[in-house]
Design a protein around this ligand. Structure first.
Ligand code: GLU
Length: 447
């Protein structure tokens, strides 16, 4: 297998699908050497099969807004790979959603889910519906119209969607209500990220952020460092940033920045519990403005329009917002301001130039598919509880989340340790995830 050749073929087949091609390139580059030691993979054309989704559903979603106007969006579900279990992955509602974005996310999800040690295949879905400025009633009508199409293709043992950017507990509620109505199926496990009274798992809302910080602790420990007293810059203020800010603060770090599409809030004294709670209010408002934090807490947060979280000096950077949100220039600015660790929490949050810069300039770096896997892992735990018709305690879920993040870190170390003793977490995560999926595909024949 030659990465260059496969990439050329893929680019010719899928022109203009930049994010998808970027995600595939990153994985193929890291696994090429290991792959070429396995002629049986080459014979079964594992890579050529693995880079294409199993199938994609595309559908029209029509709904009526509060002014009585008819609105039409596009909906998708990309079922990427089911070699190790039923399709599993979130739904993203964002104006920029397109097939390339969902294919990159579904591809990443396949490896991430493999890393969790749980039996889940990879999928992703969503819509170009823009939740910004929408009322609760509009969100509900959109979710219902979306499910009207999607419900045929999902199920507790086939494909289990969850949240992602623009889809949280409220949206999962509307989607689940409509699913039950249409399917006449009342098993609680067809979606994850549910509310606590209708099948949700305790700690699922916090899990991506908590898991990211557990991973960060292991990475720092491995490097002989500690998180206590360190300054942390976080991008975004959604569900993932909220969990990360909470756990970072609890572990003794100081969160000195959060950001949004409108700019950054610097928080020199560190984020407070009241501010962390207010992040939830900001997300529920659908305004998508981080300036609201500075307006609410003027003595604690200073808003600068048009700037990113990466302009605020910090020890540790945690991208928690969107793909490609951290560029090579941002990486240079972070390093110049003293940053020495970046744990990517968003999916593909760092551009390739930024990762390259971090890795060659002494900044510890770990990729999203390892760092953020606690979210989908806890979805997996939610599925198990649903199948058992039981709810576990917070302590039980948290202990398992801890164990899973520790095991992901171990897999990265196992497959990413270099000849000079340093750890390439990108390589480690990609090889570990790939080997598991590849072996499962090989043993199940040419299908
Ligand atoms: N959207 C999340 C992710 O990127 C969670 C997916 C899930 O829980 O299924 O992993």
């Amino acid at each position: 297998m030659k990465t260059e050749v496969i990439m050329q073929q893929l680019a010719a087949k899928h022109p203009g699908e930049a994010e998808y091609l970027q995600a595939v390139q990153e994985v193929l580059e890291s696994i090429e050497e290991v792959y070429n030691q396995h002629p049986e993979y080459e014979k079964a054309k594992i890579v050529e099969r693995m880079v294409e989704p199993d199938r994609i559903f595309t559908f029209r979603v029509t709904w009526i807004d509060d002014q009585g106007q008819v609105q039409t969006n596009l909906g998708y579900r990309v079922q990427f790979n089911s070699a190790i279990g039923p399709y599993k992955g979130g739904l993203r509602f964002h104006k920029a959603v397109n097939p390339s974005m969902l294919k990159f996310l579904g591809f990443e999800q396949t490896f991430k889910n493999a890393l969790t040690t749980l039996p889940m295949g990879g999928a992703k879905g969503g819509s170009d519906f823009d939740p910004v400025g929408k009322s609760d009633a509009e969100i509900m009508r959109f979710c219902q119209a979306f499910m009207l199409e999607l419900w045929h293709n999902i199920g507790v043992d086939t494909d289990v969607p969850a949240g992602d950017v623009g889809v949280g507990g409220r949206e999962i509620g509307f989607l689940n209500g409509m699913y039950q109505k249409l399917a006449r199926q009342y098993h609680t496990g067809v979606l994850t990220g549910k509310g606590m009274t209708w099948g949700g798992s305790i700690l699922r809302p916090e899990a991506t952020g908590y898991g990211a910080l557990y991973f960060t602790e292991h990475l720092l420990h491995q490097a002989g460092k500690s998180i206590v007293g360190k300054t942390v810059a976080i991008s975004g203020f959604g569900n993932v940033a909220w969990g990360a800010a909470q756990k970072a603060t609890e572990l003794g770090a100081k969160v000195v920045a959060i950001s949004g599409p409108d700019g950054v809030c610097a928080i020199p004294e560190g984020i407070t519990p009241e501010m962390i709670d207010y992040m939830l209010v900001m997300r529920a408002s659908n305004r998508n403005k981080v300036q609201d934090m500075a307006d609410k807490f003027p003595a604690l947060a200073q808003f600068t329009p048009g700037k990113k979280a990466w302009s605020v000096p910090c020890d540790i950077a945690l991208p928690c917002a969107f793909q490609n949100e951290l560029s090579e220039d941002d990486a240079k600015e972070l390093k110049a301001n003293g940053c020495w660790c970046c744990c990517e929490v968003s999916n593909m949050g760092c551009q390739p130039g930024a990762i390259h810069y971090f890795q060659h300039n002494g900044v510890l770096f770990a990729p999203g598919k390892a760092v953020n896997a606690g979210g989908v892992a806890t979805s997996g735990l939610e599925m198990t509880q649903n199948c058992e018709h039981l709810s576990w305690t917070a302590q039980e879920v948290d202990t398992r989340l801890h164990q899973i993040m520790e095991s992901i870190h171990e897999q990265c170390v196992k497959f990413g340790t270099q000849a000079d003793g340093s750890i390439d977490y990108v390589k480690g995560a990609n090889i570990a995830g790939f080997m598991k999926v590849a072996q499962a595909m090989l043993e199940q024949g040419i299908v």
